[in-house]
Design a protein around this ligand. Structure first.
Ligand code: SF4
Length: 454
């Protein structure tokens, strides 16, 4: 399908081909799904809401609920005030959420709808809430939408009572429910009392019970989001995703925060564990030390297949940086590292990682697209490609082993139940990476060289 991608690279500024990101409301919707009994609401046309819901449903293989202001030509000319007022009333009457989280779309942003004014003027039933975030899709990516929606919740709900709740807030970054579960497991093992916000576990990986529930058990509760203002500290995981909401909470409620890389890979997980255990004034338990030891053992055992293998990684900025760190720890060469989310910090951080491991043969770029990555590979190939489902055509065209990791993964099942974070997550990634390279070796082996024992 992509066999005809040309190898001659022409510098582009105003054109993206095969983008490595999606639009802001997708991230905003995902953040809102991580709040208990929340109805995400798309302030725009029905087409936008359908796209965002479908995108998330295809990744998680779960229904992603959302309502819409259903803009037509009238709203485009006169503004969406009447639409949002009617929508909010109908959604509270019919679907009975505790909170509606409104995100804007390209159309409502271009019209210039003043969501603050609309929400202040509307009638909201007692004990219910409406919050909003501006998520214009012509800037940033779904990552911006995710942290903008988090900031929206904090802006509207979090408050400082003056009495500490003795908890740490953890902002998990844009990760799967399996990762959120892993963060809670780690905090429990360390004995740290936390508020994880948002939390899509038991929402986007809720079990089959035989009865459909529009609002599954999971999600950060409204009282917990309010109580973020009384936390002792926030750990903002994924520096390029979680710093903005942490900063807003600091400004609003004075809660100090520590930004950390996503705990993806050995050193990043070590750092998170040390910070959290120091904050909780508890030792890191042996169970986690054991997992770390197992991970090291696995990497050492399989290093014959991993060492000096070159890899291209693409996806969301913090995920790609975490994967890059893990690859370097495994003795591999993250030759090409890209994200579609704009921002200078990504390249700075990737270059710092290359330098730390003495690699002069690796390059990073943001924003970049998959067309450009494919051209790099055409000019100088790699041993392995790691990223979202959108890499599969490149992998096929160039006949390269491919490991799916990150968001979105639209062509596989079960992935979102398992973590990439923590030692457990790195162990799983190490298995996937090693198996992909060993499968390739088997596939290429002549009959007489095909070994049962490797
Ligand atoms: S119009 Fe904008 S908000 Fe709607 S789907 Fe397209 S990019 Fe996303």
């Amino acid at each position: 399908m992509l066999d005809l991608t040309p190898s001659i690279i022409i510098e582009r500024e105003a054109l993206r081909i095969n983008p490595c990101k999606t639009c802001q409301p997708v991230g905003a919707l995902y953040a809102a799904l991580g709040v208990h009994r929340c109805m995400p609401h798309s302030h725009g046309s029905q087409g936008c809401a359908s796209y965002h819901r479908t995108f998330l449903s295809r990744h998680f293989k779960e229904p992603a609920i959302a309502s819409t202001s259903s803009f037509t030509e009238g709203a485009s000319v006169f503004g969406g005030g009447a639409n949002i007022r009617t929508s909010v009333k109908n959604v509270f009457d019919i679907y009975k959420p505790d909170i509606i989280a409104v995100h804007t779309t390209c159309l409502s942003e271009t019209i210039g709808d003043d969501m603050n004014a609309y929400i202040q003027d509307m009638e909201i039933p007692d004990g219910k809430y409406v919050v909003h975030a501006n998520t214009p899709s012509y800037v940033g990516s779904h990552i911006n939408g995710y942290f903008n929606m988090m900031s929206g919740f904090i802006n509207y709900l979090s408050k400082k009572s003056g009495r500490s709740n003795g908890k740490a807030g953890i902002f998990p970054g844009f990760v799967n429910p399996g990762d959120m579960r892993e963060l809670k497991r780690i905090a429990k093992l360390i004995g740290a009392s936390i508020i994880l916000f948002p939390d899509t576990s038991m929402v986007m990986d809720a079990p089959m019970t035989g009865n459909y529930s529009m609002y599954p058990k999971g999600g950060t509760g409204i009282p917990e989001i309010e109580s973020l203002g009384d936390c002792n500290r926030v750990f903002a995981l994924g520096e390029l995703t979680s710093e903005e909401p942490a900063n807003i909470l600091l400004r609003k409620c004075g809660v100090a925060y520590t930004t950390l890389p996503l705990p993806l890979g050995i050193e990043n997980t070590d750092l998170f564990l040390m910070k959290l255990s120091r904050w909780a004034k508890n030792e890191v338990p042996y169970e986690l030390e054991e997992e770390r030891g197992q991970l090291l053992d696995v990497i050492l055992d399989s290093h014959f297949y991993l060492s000096d293998k070159s890899v291209a990684v693409f996806g969301d900025p913090d995920t790609v940086l975490g994967l890059t760190s893990l690859l370097l720890e495994m003795g591999m060469i993250p030759k090409y590292v890209i994200t579609g989310t704009p921002g200078d910090a990504f390249k700075r951080k990737a270059d710092a990682l290359f330098k730390k491991y003495g690699r002069t043969d690796c390059k990073a770029k943001a924003p970049a697209d998959l067309f450009e990555l494919h051209q790099w590979i055409k000019n100088d190939s790699i041993d392995l490609l790691i990223g979202t489902s959108y890499g599969k055509q490149i992998a096929k065209a160039e006949d390269i082993p491919f490991v799916r990791a990150g968001f979105p993964i639209l062509d596989r099942y079960v992935h979102s139940y398992f973590p990439m974070l923590g030692y457990a997550g790195a162990l799983r990634l190490a298995e996937k990476i090693t198996c992909a390279l060993m499968d390739r070796q088997d596939r290429d082996a002549a009959d007489e060289d095909l070994e049962a024992v490797m």
